[in-house]
Design a protein around this ligand. Structure first.
Ligand code: ACO
Length: 448
């Protein structure tokens, strides 16, 4: 019933790009090409090279897309030099201070802060869709106890689409709200079930009376005979972690979601692909890698100095995990908020974690070190989030899963935006071929 009240289409608030009167000139072999310049709403400019190959035969090459805009988007704004992050224009600091993950999810997906009624409807839709199809339990049973929960998460997100074939088939804008709610709500249920399965524990079903984050903690930690005691400061800290991860423009996993969406795959398939991209230690997997690094430093009796020396040595194969960012060349604003929240939570729970002391020492040492200063390497969101998650009692292998739960609204909003683009084309980059030139087939008995 609720879903019927709020069925929407892929309508996006439009923030049209400005075509500037100035153009860029590119000269190749004495011939000049004029390239349009476009400007975003925050004044960032881009050279539009879409027609360059047609006109000149040349493409542009940008390994790792460090200087390539892959889309136009009205969701999240980052100024990496100034350390600014805004969702739909609202500063992350304001949201962290006053909002909740679910309200922020609404903002990110629907482009505006919800009214009371809209928030109630959205929460109601999440609750209506929190239970997995009962047959999904058989899929969980097939995973070995050693399976990483990120593997389970991506498989189960994709598998769950099989249970709603009408809803998931191709482009189905009229049912977008229910797909989005189902994904946000069920990803949390899948994550908790994956954890219980890996520990051989019975599954705990969601409680419709609990709010989103409390419900996740309940499914993770309650026993069949006794409910987990919800501490408000713990619920708040985890909700903040979800909120701070809710979107971050065109990072590796979100760009993956958009890439898959451009082929008009369904939302669940796109989100499953996003989970796989997020898993790597250079991306969302860094929160697990940070704690592993801090633990190694602790076990080795190092105060961090030896590790910093190794991280600066290119031959060591080590990096200071939780440091550096493709976009931020300043302190990641999320890291500042998380560091403060980390201190508050540990104080309130009376936890003295030696890994927090090592992390603080590493940060101080790195921020004095010319290697890190020259390369503008600052703590990122993953540097302190793991210490909060440890204090909450979340197991290490669940850290990247927590990131994935938090990132779901961002992926959904980016999927929605991709689908809403009337000029949308399949994403298909080009390459510069560096392999063999023409090389004829040789029959097997004539090969040397
Ligand atoms: N420790 C030591 N050196 C580093 C680090 C680090 N964490 N990060 C970058 N560098 C060095 C590189 O070796 C390189 O040095 P050089 O110029 O002498 O060759 C220089 O800084 C630039 O690094 P790149 O790898 O080119 O930076 P890029 O933008 O490609 O990578 C990344 C960004 C992947 C985040 C990188 O900083 C890194 O590996 N950090 C550690 C992993 C991490 O924390 N990832 C989480 C990122 S946030 C997120 O995804 C949520």
């Amino acid at each position: 019933m609720i879903c019927q009240q709020i069925i929407r289409r892929f309508e996006e608030i439009e923030y049209p790009i400005k075509h500037m009167s100035k153009t860029a000139k590119l000269e190749i072999d004495g011939k000049s090409y004029s390239l349009p310049i476009i400007e975003g709403t925050e004044g960032e400019c881009a050279v539009d090279i879409a027609n360059l190959r047609n006109e000149s035969g040349y493409i542009t090459l940008d390994d790792g897309y460090g200087n390539t805009g892959s889309c136009q988007s009205g969701i999240t704004f980052i100024d990496g030099e100034k350390g600014i992050l805004r969702y739909r224009g609202v500063p992350i600091e304001e949201l962290a201070e006053t909002s909740t993950f679910i309200e922020t999810a609404y903002l990110i997906i629907y482009g505006k802060l919800p009214t009371h009624a809209e928030l109630r409807q959205f929460s109601g839709l999440l609750t209506e869709n929190e239970n997995l199809h009962e047959d999904m339990k058989y899929h969980f049973a097939g995973f070995p106890a050693t399976a990483h929960p990120m593997a389970i998460l991506s498989s189960m997100i994709n598998a769950s689409s099989c249970f709603y074939p009408g809803l998931m088939a191709g482009r189905n804008p009229a049912r977008f709200d229910i797909q989005a709610a189902r994904l946000i709500s069920q990803v949390r249920t899948i994550a908790a079930f994956a954890h219980r399965k890996s520990r051989g524990l019975p599954i705990i079903y969601p409680k419709p009376t609990y709010k989103y984050t409390a419900n996740f903690l309940h499914m993770m930690f309650s026993d069949v005979y006794q409910d987990y005691e919800l501490k408000p400061e713990v619920v708040k800290a985890l909700d903040l972690i979800f909120l701070l991860h809710a979107d971050h423009e065109q990072n590796c996993s979100t760009a993956t979601v958009r890439m898959v969406a451009s082929s008009q795959a369904n939302l669940f398939a796109c989100a499953a692909a996003g989970v796989c991209a997020l898993w790597g230690p250079l991306h969302g997997g860094a929160n697990q890698a940070v704690i592993e690094m801090l633990q190694q430093i602790h076990d080795a009796g190092d105060n961090g100095s030896r590790f910093i020396a190794a991280a600066k040595d290119k031959n060591s194969g080590r990096r200071l995990m939780g440091f550096g960012h493709r976009v931020y060349k300043n302190y990641d604003p999320r890291a500042k908020i998380i560091k403060r929240a980390c201190d508050q939570l540990l104080n309130s729970l009376h936890i003295n974690d030696p890994l927090l002391d090592i992390a603080k020492h590493l940060e101080e040492a790195a921020l004095r070190d010319p290697y890190f200063l020259e390369r503008k390497l600052y703590p990122n969101v993953d540097f302190y989030s793991g210490i909060i998650m440890r204090a909450i009692g979340l197991p290490l292998e669940m850290f990247t899963v927590i990131f994935a739960i938090g990132r779901m609204p961002g992926w959904i909003a980016n999927y929605k935006e991709t689908m809403a683009d009337p000029k949308g084309r399949i994403s298909r980059p080009r390459q510069i071929y560096t392999g063999q030139t023409l090389n004829h087939y040789v029959p097997i008995d004539q090969r040397g």
